[in-house]
Design a protein around this ligand. Structure first.
Ligand code: FAD
Ligand code: SF4
Length: 489
């Protein structure tokens, strides 16, 4: 049987054709020279790779090298590989003459996606998701969706419980680091000290699963203790509860330690046994076989230049305080807390990514490609395939509406409604101009003003554009935001 070359995001058993298949694992240091990654992300990836090598024992050839080419070119006996997850890696395996199999680790196959997408004018996640539910028979009662409805989003947009500092769900049990982690930490310290390799963010105890066993334990714990509260509070933020009821499973799924279909099947079992309500289970299934797969397929389906889209002409560089996660430089409580979360954990949940970080960047006209690169490097679950549609499309509207029908731009009122941040902030979400003007509220209106020509043709933006026309203090607001420039708010 051909030896299977496993990339570091192909670590689960489903990337092998049978359990005893010979394996090649390559640990490439050049990856960490090319880009400044979050320290905890570098730790997680190396730890996962080395744990897999230890599990496989003699079954795996494990090679440490600067580049893949040094090892793989002309490998004796030939190699096969599952479709890699980036265009660059796809081109590399082609150049190296390795046999390339179809992708694994996603629910829908490329053929099914292309069959679904072909001939459609607009690609809507909701339509794709319903098709995937039918195709995989997930949460279906015969031909009908379980509970008689496809979409329970209306039940899943609750603000955080009033007055609560925490949601009150059990945190996932802490991961116990082992000798492999200690070795990784020593190596990263040495690379930093002696090899000029730089990292972003702070080191800390490993928070995310690096083995299949740890990943299964996290999944089990989530389904049992956290899934019931996942749905209603999916979009809510609490300063004292950064995890809320989110699964923290993106990193192990993206490392290939869990297969997405096994994940949603566990969630469905919880619904069928009465252990979790339908709105939570449907919301979770939607994230995995809906959003995650949709984003993956768009990466390949859109033209390669899609990631360079910049339809709003946003050209400002990311300021140093943001790029380097200097949360202490920020006064705005929401942004300060979220940036500190990235610095300390390399992870925050979806709404801080979209509505605090992405929203701020879009309001300020930061370059979408630079922002995508930052998300890729700063998040433990960041990969190129996941950045393109999420960051460039969804969060920055840089594709002028191919991903979402209107920009995810919002002022302080949204953050005030969905979090407890504003109470302890020196700014006031209702104030647009003056010393206590909320940078999100002012940033929202100045964003609309700057992009008036581009956005006024969008019927979903008609109401905000009318609001813009009614602002009596617009000139002062625009001046104020110009003066703010790239200073930390
Ligand atoms: P949960 O809220 O528990 O959701 C369950 C799972 O659904 C996640 O584990 C993930 O696998 C999947 N999922 C949900 N939404 C998406 C989505 N839009 N794209 C892909 N998968 C999704 N996700 C990443 O995996 N890596 C990233 O680097 C990443 N960057 C993002 C950047 C921006 C600007 C935005 C708006 C979203 C990004 N996401 C990314 C999607 C999403 O925010 C994360 O998957 C999620 O927050 C991870 O936390 P969790 O595992 O607790 O997710
Ligand atoms: Fe964020 Fe504005 Fe609220 Fe402060 S007032 S926490 S800056 S939204």
């Amino acid at each position: 049987m051909t030896r299977r070359w496993l990339f570091a995001d192909q670590l689960g058993p489903h990337f092998l054709d049978e359990p005893g298949q010979p394996v090649l694992l390559v640990e490439s240091k050049a990856v960490f020279r090319r880009r400044v990654f979050h320290r905890q992300k570098a730790h997680l990836v190396l730890s996962a790779l080395r744990h897999r090598a230890a599990e496989l024992g003699d079954q795996a050839d494990v090679v440490r090298a600067e580049t893949y080419t040094q090892v793989v070119g002309g490998y004796p006996g030939g190699l096969s590989v599952c479709h890699p997850t980036s265009r660059a890696a796809r081109a590399l395996v082609g150049r190296l003459g390795v046999e390339v199999l179809g992708p694994r680790g996603f629910a829908t196959s490329p053929e099914d996606f292309v069959a679904w997408a072909g001939g459609r004018r607009g690609l809507k996640m909701e339509d794709f998701y319903r098709d995937a539910r039918r195709r995989h028979g997930i949460l279906m009662d015969g031909a009908e969706p379980a509970g008689g409805t496809w979409n329970l989003d209306a039940d899943n947009r609750e603000p955080p419980p009033r007055g609560a500092g925490r949601l009150g769900v059990e945190d996932p049990p802490a991961i116990v680091e082992d000798a492999i982690d200690h070795g990784v930490r020593e190596d990263l310290d040495r690379w930093q000290r002696d090899d000029g390799i730089e990292f972003l963010g702070r080191d800390g105890p490993r928070l995310f699963p690096a083995t299949r066993r740890e990943a299964l334990a996290r999944l089990r714990h989530f389904v049992e203790h956290r899934l019931p509260s996942f749905g209603p509070y999916e979009d809510a933020m609490l300063a004292g509860d950064p995890l809320m009821a989110h699964s923290m499973l993106s990193a192990p799924i993206n490392l290939g330690l869990l297969d997405p279909l096994e994940v949603v099947e566990r969630a469905e079992d919880a619904y069928r046994s009465g252990a979790a309500p339908l709105n939570s289970v449907e919301g979770f299934v939607r994230q995995i076989i809906g959003w995650r797969d949709f984003i993956w397929h768009l990466y390949w389906y859109f033209e390669p230049d899609y990631r360079r889209s910049n339809e709003l002409g946003a050209r400002r560089h990311l300021p140093k305080w943001f790029a380097e996660l200097d949360a202490d430089a920020v006064q705005a409580r929401c942004l300060r807390d979220v940036l500190a979360g990235v610095r300390d954990r390399g992870w925050v949940h979806h709404i801080p990514r979209l509505m605090v970080l992405g929203n701020y960047a879009m309001q300020r006209g930061w370059h979408p490609g630079e922002l995508a690169d930052w998300f890729h490097r700063a998040f433990v679950d960041g990969y190129e395939w996941v950045m393109t549609a999420n960051v460039v499309g969804m969060s920055q509207y840089a594709d002028a509406g191919r991903m979402s029908t209107k920009p995810y731009a919002a002022g302080g009122a949204y953050i005030h409604r969905m979090s407890d941040y504003c109470g302890g902030c020196p700014y006031d979400p209702k104030v647009r101009v003056g010393a206590d003007a909320c940078p999100y509220t002012a940033g929202y209106w100045s964003f609309l003003k700057r992009n008036e020509a581009q956005l006024s043709g969008n019927h979903r933006m008609r109401q905000p554009m009318r609001g813009l026309g009614r602002l009596s203090d617009l000139d002062a607001l625009v001046e104020q935001e110009k003066a703010r420039g790239s200073r930390a708010p």
